[in-house]
Design a protein around this ligand. Structure first.
Ligand code: PEP
Ligand code: MG
Length: 576
């Protein structure tokens, strides 16, 4: 058994199919006629362009995934003379085989990109690997690039790869792939997020995977525990297969009821919403019967382009999401740039501690020109739907008041130009810094709603960097200090008559759901495909029992005890 980090959407069971990827066996060969190799490369290059364009065209027709951007990036690399000429130069100057040159140049570029201290640029290194693998496939005459992984008689396969690559994931269909397991990678990578969007169980960061597995091995991947069993004994097979069957039955039931409201057995309504990063994802939210968009991470519009999106471009994106959701609320969070989310069009000086640095609202208040542009775009979109504005990473009252003052300026400028907007647009704030939790009684008088960002609240409360694997065991939502803070925010919100939402990853944790109900959280916002499960989870709750559970776990002293108590509660619910 090996382990990694799973995407918590079920079990991947099937025969392994190990993908050679960049590690295929390529020998360096000195060739007598480099011109012939150049001709082979040129043919593969042209064929790759056609393949990538075909994939791009297919993605343009689909909505709700990020495929377009991926294949646009591939075409950009193919059009980049720096990349293509380096391969051609190596073939002709070193007189080597085309395969060798493609992998050498591709790997060097991928390595260089992966060493840059930016998550987004690191993602580009996966793109370049993806692209040169396609080139190699064409050189090998082994082009299955437009073919999804088909079932064979032995059933669906678990794909075993060194690294999850976005365009590879995007071609896969849940019905055709049992699961994905990767030796490298982080669960927050673009490719892993795509697997989650496609509902494909995936586990990444599995050390030793490529050495341990060969094609045909039986793989059982539990994405909840992150455990990957290779040719396990019968007892383990029975245990995991039973768990998978229960999970599937439960999912079908959730899906069948997804249009129903999330109301506890004794009548408390919890609004279940979706998090999105692009307007296209609003379609997924709608299909999942999300009751609104609890978090539109607007920074993704800034991260995907080399230039900053202007007011019109932003307006169109926000309006699209607002229109898709109709009367349902769409909470647009102003740009949360910085930390692990750089915007290529807004280069920032390197910082020692980016998560404690110039990030989110701090940057917006420093760049009031950009902030104003964004607020005008959001306000304009508010005339086309039920839009609310939210400020990220507020740490002091001055920041909140300054942000609201810029919002008033934006309103005044639109009014002066007679441009329509909703004057009573709701204004909320992220509660993700312990200082704002402590002062949430005062903040509650100044905003229309709170939204707790547990991803950051955990890291700032426990001083455990959210993207540092070395401190991953310290980073947990089950820590009593985190739970007490969530309860305090909800209580202070209610005392002032405002709603409290949770939009961090913890919002979709089924173990924590009864706790959230027990402390009176009003809204939960999560990845669209998890919405039906959360709705059903709420319907199974009873207020009284949840309140008791919440009170008792907050008296516990360790995260382990909390998790055990939550698990015990979950088991007791199954029995009753
Ligand atoms: C959070 O911090 O929980 C959150 C939702 O925001 P982000 O993950 O974008 O920082
Ligand atoms: Mg955050």
């Amino acid at each position: 058994m090996l382990s990694g980090t799973g995407n918590c959407i079920g079990y991947g069971i099937g025969k392994a199919k190990v993908q050679a990827g960049q590690n295929r066996n390529i020998q360096k060969t000195v060739v007598e006629y480099p011109e012939a190799e150049l001709a082979r490369f040129d043919a593969a290059y042209e064929a790759t362009k056609i393949t990538v364009q075909a994939l791009l065209d297919r993605e343009v027709e689909d909505t709700g995934t990020d495929g377009e951007k991926i294949f646009e990036t591939h075409l950009a690399f193919l059009d980049d003379p720096g990349f293509v000429d380096a391969i051609r130069d190596m073939i002709s100057e070193d007189a080597v085989n085309a395969e060798w040159a493609v992998r050498e140049v591709g790997e060097r570029l991928a390595l260089m990109l992966s060493q840059i201290d930016s998550e987004i640029i690191k993602e580009r290194s996966a793109d370049i690997r993806d692209l040169y693998i396609t080139l190699l496939d064409h050189l090998d005459g082994n082009v299955a690039v437009d073919e999804p992984e088909k079932d064979d008689k032995s059933g669906r396969k678990v794909l075993v790869v060194e690294e999850l690559i976005p365009s590879y994931v995007i071609r896969l269909n849940k019905g055709e792939v049992a699961g994905l397991v990767a030796e490298k990678g982080n669960i927050t990578s673009h490719a892993a997020i795509l697997a989650k969007l496609k509902c494909i169980p995936a586990i990444v960061g599995v050390c030793g995977l490529m050495d341990a597995v060969k094609t045909g091995d039986l793989i059982l991947a539990d994405t909840f525990s992150g455990e990957v069993y290779i040719n396990p004994d019968e007892q383990t097979q029975t245990r995991i297969t039973c768990a998978a069957e229960c999970y599937e039955t439960e999912q079908c039931a959730c899906d069948a009821e997804k249009a129903e409201d999330a109301i506890t057995a004794d009548g408390t309504r919890v609004i279940i919403e979706a998090n999105i990063g692009t307007p296209a994802e609003a379609t997924l939210a709608d299909e999942a019967c999300a009751e609104g968009i609890g978090l539109f991470r607007s920074e993704f519009l800034f991260m995907e382009n080399r230039t900053l999106p202007d007011e019109e471009k932003q307006f169109l994106a926000y309006r699209e999401a607002a229109e898709k959701m109709g009367t349902r609320e769409v909470v647009i969070r102003t740009m949360d740039i910085g930390g692990d989310k750089p915007a290529p069009g807004l280069p920032l000086p390197a910082e020692q501690n980016p998560f404690l640095g110039l990030r989110a609202i701090r940057l917006s208040l420093q760049r009031k020109d950009l902030f104003m542009t964004q607020l005008r775009a959001i306000l304009r979109a508010s005339a086309f739907g039920n839009v609310a504005i939210m400020f990220p990473m507020i740490s002091s009252m001055e920041e909140l008041r300054d942000a609201k003052a810029v919002l008033e300026e934006a309103k005044a400028s639109l009014a002066a130009e007679e441009i329509a907007f909703c004057a009573s647009v709701k204004v909320g704030m992220m509660v993700e810094i312990p200082a704002t939790v402590t002062m949430s009684d005062l903040f509650a008088h100044e905003v229309d709603f709170f939204s707790i960002g547990t991803n950051d609240l955990i890291q700032y409360t426990l001083a455990a960097d959210r993207i540092n694997q070395a401190v991953a065991p310290l980073y947990t939502a089950y820590h009593p200090a985190v739970l007490r803070q969530i309860a305090l925010v909800a209580k202070n919100g209610h005392l002032s008559g405002i709603e409290t939402a949770i939009c961090g990853e913890a919002a979709s944790d089924p173990l924590l759901l009864p706790f959230f109900v027990g402390v009176g959280i009003d809204r939960l916002s999560m990845s669209p495909n998890l919405v039906p499960t959360a709705k059903r989870g709420v319907r199974r709750c009873r207020d009284y029992a949840c309140k008791q559970l919440a009170q008792s776990v907050m008296m516990l002293s360790t995260a382990t005890e909390v998790k055990q108590a939550l698990l015990a509660y979950q088991e007791s619910c199954k029995e009753s």
